[in-house]
Ligand binder design. Structure first.
Ligand code: ADP
Ligand code: MG
Length: 543
């Protein structure tokens, strides 16, 4: 048992350790009351800025007396140690989340967040920001959650947008992009950390993958915020996260607005759950997301291109053209299914906002580690304007014209230091498409160069419309019975026209149509389960 002043503690009652000190459970002797004792070895505090941090922590904590801020009971020290006597808590939020299986239900996370934000409100009112918000620094005692560890706190003008800070402090995973990139930042930096924490509580993981700081900063910059699809979280809770995690401080919600956010203020409320898409739709969306990601496409641009009347929404024909262009393997039936599911208000059109919400806000692709690294590689190449050929030559040490596993590992380790050999193998296998255990320049290019949309498969914007118009014109001008046309072409199967037969019909209407174009039109008409186009489907053209 160690005794200092009016306190005693046992080394075995160790509670935790952070950047500055060790924390023990102890006893206040005269009152026989349990406390936490944070002991800082002053030998570590050679650096003047560390001393200032410690002084701030003490000054700041002394000013607060709030349920949701951990209470500083006493401070004293000698030239060797400084002791902070703190109200004893049961543990920190990190342990709490762990004890619940690494993830919280929304209602529970909300309970934590509301209390935590009460603490923040007090902190902001007194003119401070925390700068190290993370689950390790949120303590709980019974059902009460409290902000702790003001080691990086500082006075801040929380109302102004003036960029006053430069010092990069905190914990990288929770740092706002401005801090990661060592840019000036404002009092809004804490809001970012709150967003990360709010996300982590309900999804049990970080919004952006992090291997090291440079790639983390890049990921945040280049990848949109996405929510896993398999966890039910209300729109309002997601809205809170989205507003906190705006990369640009100008767009990030202000403290005042944050304290007034609906999730913090409404007591009883039935949170709207987004209507989830079924498995089938999720599979289709995953497929499209993968393509968009690997080809680096700008979906918004594509969407607008097919929105011919610029009304901000796509009708079925436009939606079909838009999707078949992104992924020619999709069937008409799949596109129709997605269309019907996405068209919530059933007005036979899909608004961009509707589409964006479903397509961008969620991750349909299950995390694929190897794919992630490849995407990172591409980003690094793009961001630094590198030539793929030069990189290849640089790592092809023996100049044999291909990268063997060893050469390849060497390259991967430069971007992901701590990567395991098994993972490198998985990435290697993705590159090595011909399985000869070597990566040649073509395989290398194939994975790393973002392919421009291939011009030849670009679906002509009015292709289907023109075809339909032409067919109608011919039918009307020549007074042909459409049943007759159908019968003339649909010969092999009763009541159905297969793809070859339909293709023939297309060439008759317009000889210039290329095979893939005929295939698209076929898919557009063939929306049911059958292999061919039924007369009913065919007759839709003339409606
Ligand atoms: N009052 C307390 N009651 C219970 N555990 C505590 C208390 N204070 C700190 N701890 C534990 O010790 C860890 C480190 O404490 P903290 O004040 O964050 O120190 P540092 O500034 O070194 O990060 C916390 O994450 C928490 O797990
Ligand atoms: Mg800490």
């Amino acid at each position: 048992m160690n005794k200092i002043d009016n306190y005693k503690y046992d080394n075995k009652d160790y509670l935790g350790k952070g950047s500055f000190g060790k924390v023990y459970k102890g006893i206040m002797i005269d009152k026989n009351k349990e406390v936490a004792i944070k002991i800082m070895n002053m030998a570590q505090f050679q650096d003047k800025s560390m001393l200032i941090s410690l002084e701030t922590e003490i000054t700041v904590m002394k000013q607060f007396r709030h349920e949701n801020i951990v209470e500083l009971i006493d401070v004293f020290g000698d030239n060797k140690y400084t002791y902070m006597i703190i109200q004893l808590c049961d543990g920190d939020l990190r342990n709490y989340i762990k004890s619940k299986g690494g993830i919280l239900e929304e209602a529970e996370a909300l309970g934590v967040l509301r209390q935590f934000m009460q603490g923040c409100q007090e902190m902001i009112k007194k003119g401070y920001i925390h700068r190290d918000i993370k689950p390790e620094n949120v303590l709980y005692k019974g059902n009460c959650f409290k902000i702790a560890d003001f080691g990086f706190a500082t006075k801040a003008d929380t109302g102004s947008n003036a960029k006053i800070f430069r010092q990069s402090v905190g914990t990288p995973l929770y740092m706002a992009p401005q801090l990661l990139e060592r840019q000036p930042y404002t009092a809004k930096s804490d809001i970012w950390s709150i967003g990360i924490m709010a996300y982590e509580m309900v999804y049990g993981k970080q919004p952006w993958p992090c291997r090291d700081i440079p790639s983390y900063a890049l990921n945040i910059k280049n990848q949109p915020l996405k929510f896993p699809v398999d966890k039910r979280v209300s729109d309002e809770y997601q809205d809170f996260i989205k507003k906190c995690l705006k990369k640009d401080e100008k767009d990030r919600i202000s403290w005042d607005e944050l304290f007034n956010h609906v999730i913090l203020n409404e007591i009883e409320r039935n949170y709207k759950m987004e209507n989830r898409l079924d498995q089938e739709c999720q599979k289709i969306l995953a497929q499209i997301q993968k393509i968009v990601q690997s080809r680096g496409l700008d979906v918004f641009e594509q969407f607008q291109k097919y929105d011919k009347d610029s009304g901000g929404s796509l009708d079925f024909l436009e939606f079909f053209s838009f999707l078949i262009q992104l992924d020619p393997r999709l069937s008409g039936k799949e596109i129709k299914l997605l269309f019907d599911k996405m068209d919530i208000n059933q007005d036979q059109s899909i608004g961009y906002e509707e589409f964006k919400k479903i397509f961008f806000d969620y991750d349909y692709v299950k995390e694929d580690f190897a794919e992630r690294i490849i995407i990172d590689l591409r980003e690094i190449i793009r961001a630094n304007n590198l030539q793929v050929e030069e990189i290849f030559a640089k790592y092809d040490k023996d100049q044999m014209g291909d990268l063997d596993f060893e050469e390849f590992s060497f390259m991967i380790k430069e971007i992901a230091k701590d990567i395991k050999d098994d993972d490198i193998q998985a990435i290697f296998d993705k590159f090595d498409t011909n399985n000869d255990r070597n990566i040649n320049i073509d395989e290398f290019r194939d994975k790393l160069i973002v392919k421009k949309e291939s011009q030849k498969n670009q679906i002509q914007e009015n292709l289907i419309q023109n075809f339909v118009k032409e067919l109608r014109r011919i039918v009307i001008e020549n007074k042909i019975d459409i049943q007759l046309i159908f019968k003339n072409f649909a010969k092999s199967m009763r009541d159905e026209m297969n793809q070859t037969e339909f293709s023939k019909l297309c060439s008759v209407i317009d000889r210039r149509l290329k095979p893939f174009e005929r295939e698209y039109i076929f898919k557009y008409l063939n929306l049911n389960d059958r292999d061919g186009i039924t007369f009913h489907e065919f007759s839709q053209i003339f409606k």
